[in-house]
Design a protein around this ligand. Sequence first.
Ligand SMILES: *Cc1c(COP(=O)(O)O)cnc(C)c1O
Length: 436
Amino acid sequence: MTEDRHPTGDQRRLVPRTDDVLAQPDIRAAVQRLGRGLVKQAVSDAQELVRRQEIAPDGVVAATLAGLPRSANSLRPVVNATGVLVHTNLGRAPLSDAAVTAVTEAAGHTDIEFDLAEGSRSPRGRGALDGLRTALPEAADVHVVNNNAAALLLCALALAPGQEIVVSRGELVEIGDGFRIPDLLAATGAHLHEVGTTNRTTVEDYRAAIGPRTGFVLKVHPSNFLVTGFTSAPAVAELAALPAPLVVDIGSGLLTAHSALPDEPDAASSLRAGAAVVTASADKLLGGPQAGLLAGGESWIHRLRRHPAARALRVDKLTLAALEATVRGPIARVPAALNTSRDELRRRVLAVVDTLVTAGVEAHSVDSIAAVGGGGAPGVELPSAAVSLPARYAEVLRRGDPPVVGRVEDGRCLLDLRSVDPDEDQLLTEAVRAWT
Ligand SMILES: *Cc1c(COP(=O)(O)O)cnc(C)c1O
């Protein structure tokens, strides 16, 4: 007769009780770190393994520890080797070290609305707003909301209540995931007065649409597509000369012009050209946290800030901390990546490939083309360099720890280093070696 180590009939009795497992020192420490719910789930998974006779009853603690999540937060840090600098699916801009430190410091109690010298209330987030004004002296005033969509919403609510927003048919943009700027604006009750055509709109089209019901003229940067060929759209200065306030959604959050992106609009130029208000995202080319920036004339920003909806769209202390560190601190990772030369990237790729080839990996160094991403500069090709691996690496690296996300091109898995921080090269190399 064959004998199981744990006879089936007794199996239920042999499963260690949850309370006993939770009382073990290592498990108690895990509860401190992760919370009771996540640890209990791991205990119950381990108990199930005992019931199925896959482990012995005395293996329950070890199995529980092995089954615990890494942290109480299920978001995994990943290495973005896609070559897309602003990848919305990968959390857009990674924060700079200075911004990460700022977030950590602001996470507890902080003087966000408190004057420590006077012991009284003070305006919220003054430091971040001052930092932005310093970085963008063309703006008489600035305001910060949850994201650029919120910035546009606030403009529509405060500057065109029940009125018309004049906008070109060529700029009725879908931001992504099915969300469309015209729908967002119409949801406020404002009426969109569309002018021109998909490919061409003239300043006269706008002028003819402006009347007593006009709230403002809106110019939206088509940041995620290109219309080429027989096209034209008036410059900001021409629109600013019309008899209605002009709101410019520049999208990507470049505060000043960037030589690598000659066609990408920036806040300073739009304000100099006469825009009443500029709106932008903070987590695209600015390289900061998710936020919407509003910059412009004092009276316009005042109206935005005092609108009741402003309270519903305001940002938290973590965002303000990260934003201030981004605009005041050392250059953030996305703008730094934009400035890196191809030679520098090739040098880094060669170092990674050398290590991998020595370890027996079939790796090559190749030139590649990186992109800013849906967040701006459509069609701009950033010269880059990549580690080329057999295609099967794409999936195993995604499932690795940390996950590395590359892109598959021409049957190869490319790890494009323009979107990888130099500090992560080692991590990326180790991740590839782990599969060899
Ligand atoms: C990205 C983008 C938006 C949306 O910005 P969020 O910060 O994601 O809300 C709006 N307009 C333009 C032109 C954009 O590029």
